[in-house]
Ligand binder design. Structure first.
Ligand SMILES: [Zn+2]
Ligand SMILES: [Zn+2]
Length: 366
C-alpha cells in the first residue's frame, strides 16, 4: 500500500509538472475599435530549410508565448539539411498543421524566396503550393506567388550581408511594387530598419516585424518581435484582409512602430482613468490615477505646457501599474475651464524614424 501511495505521489508530481509546462502566456496588447489585435510572427524557419527545429516546435512555441498566428517560411533555394531531410517545399506546413489546428494557432502557409540582392529575400504568405515557386527566374517565382493570391513582403532590407554599405531600394523593387508583387516590408528583423520604415510610409507598404528565428525560440529577455495585425476577426482570411489593407503595427522590445491611426487607439485602449471632474483651482494640485493594463511601459514627454496649469515634463506609464499624474493650477482662470488638455509625445511609439506619436489627454475639470 505504501509502495502504491508512493507510486501515486510520483505520478501526481509527473502529471503536475506536465501540466505546469503547458501554460500559455497572455500578451496584453488591447484590441482597438472594430478590430482584434492579433499577435503574429510571419517569418521563421525549421529543419526543412536552415533552421534547427521540427515544424511542430514552432507551433508549441507560439502557443506558449501567446501568439495568434505564425507562418513557417522555409527557404525555397537554401536547404542545407536536404541530404537528411528529404521532402518537398510544402512538408513543413503539412507537418505543423494538425498541431496548429488542435492548439488554435492560425498557421499561414508561406515560404521565403531567397535570392541575392536585388531583390534579396521575399516572403510569400497565403500561398497554396510552395513547390510551384521553385523557378530559376525570380520574376517568374514572384509572379507565381502573386497568382496564388500571396501577400509578398521584402524581408530584412537592412541585413548587412546583402546591403553592407547603404540600404538601397532597387529598380527591381519598384518593378514588383508597381506590378502588385510587393505589398509589405520588414521594419524589424533582428534590428530596426529605418529605411524600411521610411519606405513603408512613403509608398504605403504594410509594416511587419518578425523573428526570423532559426534555432529554438528564446524569449528570456521579454517577447519575440511581433507583427500586430488589426483584423476584423481572428482567422487566416481576417489576417490576409488586414495585411493587404496595411492594418498592422510592429512590436519589438518596448517599442511599437506603425501608423498613428492604429497607435493612438492602441495607446488609449491600454489605459483607464476616472472621468470625474477634477475641479482644479489656482495654486492647487489634483492627481489623475492612470492604470496601464498593457505590457508596454509608455514613456511620455510633455509637448507643450497646459493652459492655466502645470503637468509633469515626463512620466512613464508603467505596464500593469497605476501612475499618478499630478496637475497644478497656475492661473485663476483654471477654475472656469471645462476641459484640461495635456499634450504628450509617446517616446516609444514611432510613426516615423524621427516621429513619435503625439497624444492628447482630455481631463474633465468642471
Ligand atoms: Zn532571409
Ligand atoms: Zn528567413
Amino acid at each position: 500500500m505504501i509502495k502504491r501511495l508512493g507510486f501515486i505521489i510520483v505520478l501526481l508530481i509527473v502529471c503536475s509538472e506536465f501540466l505546469s509546462a503547458q501554460t500559455r502566456r497572455i500578451i496584453n496588447i488591447p484590441d482597438i475599435d472594430g478590430y482584434k489585435t492579433l499577435k503574429c510572427d510571419l517569418h521563421m524557419h525549421t529543419v526543412f530549410s536552415d533552421g534547427t527545429v521540427w515544424p511542430t516546435v514552432r507551433v508549441e512555441e507560439a502557443w506558449k508565448e501567446g501568439l495568434d498566428a505564425i507562418s513557417i517560411t522555409d527557404h525555397i533555394e537554401y536547404r542545407p539539411h536536404s541530404i537528411d531531410v528529404v521532402a518537398d517545399h510544402n512538408r513543413s506546413y503539412d507537418l505543423a498543421k494538425p498541431l496548429a489546428n488542435q492548439s488554435d494557432i492560425l498557421l499561414i502557409k508561406g515560404t521565403e524566396i531567397t535570392r541575392s540582392m536585388p531583390p534579396g529575400h521575399l516572403n510569400a504568405l497565403f500561398i497554396t503550393n510552395a513547390n510551384l515557386l521553385e523557378l530559376e527566374d525570380v520574376q517568374a517565382a514572384i509572379k507565381e506567388a502573386r497568382d496564388q493570391g500571396a501577400f509578398i513582403m521584402w524581408n530584412h532590407p537592412c541585413w548587412d550581408a546583402q546591403q553592407p554599405d547603404s540600404v538601397l531600394w532597387w529598380k527591381e523593387h519598384s518593378y514588383f511594387f508597381e506590378n502588385d508583387m510587393l505589398h509589405g516590408i520588414e521594419v524589424y528583423n533582428w534590428e530596426f530598419c529605418p529605411e524600411a520604415m521610411d519606405w513603408a510610409n512613403e509608398k504605403n507598404l504594410t509594416m511587419l516585424g518578425n523573428s526570423d528565428v532559426h534555432g529554438p525560440m528564446d524569449v528570456s529577455d521579454g517577447h519575440r518581435p511581433l507583427t500586430l495585425v488589426f483584423a476584423k476577426n481572428r482567422s487566416i482570411s481576417g489576417i490576409k484582409e488586414a495585411l493587404f489593407n496595411r492594418r498592422t503595427a510592429v512590436y519589438f522590445d518596448n517599442i511599437i512602430a506603425g501608423r498613428s491611426e492604429f497607435l493612438e487607439p492602441l495607446f488609449f485602449e491600454s489605459l483607464e482613468y476616472s472621468k470625474t471632474p477634477l475641479k482644479l483651482k489656482n495654486k492647487e494640485s489634483k492627481v489623475v490615477n492612470i492604470t496601464n493594463n498593457s505590457d508596454v511601459d509608455y514613456e511620455l514627454e510633455l509637448v507643450q505646457p497646459g493652459v492655466g496649469f502645470d503637468a509633469p515634463e515626463s512620466i512613464t506609464l508603467k505596464a500593469h501599474h497605476v501612475s499618478a499624474l499630478s496637475l497644478s493650477g497656475n492661473s485663476d482662470e483654471i477654475a472656469d475651464t471645462g476641459n484640461l488638455n495635456v499634450y504628450y509625445q509617446v517616446k516609444n511609439m514611432l510613426t516615423g524614424v524621427d516621429d513619435k506619436l503625439v497624444v492628447t489627454f482630455t481631463f474633465r475639470n468642471n
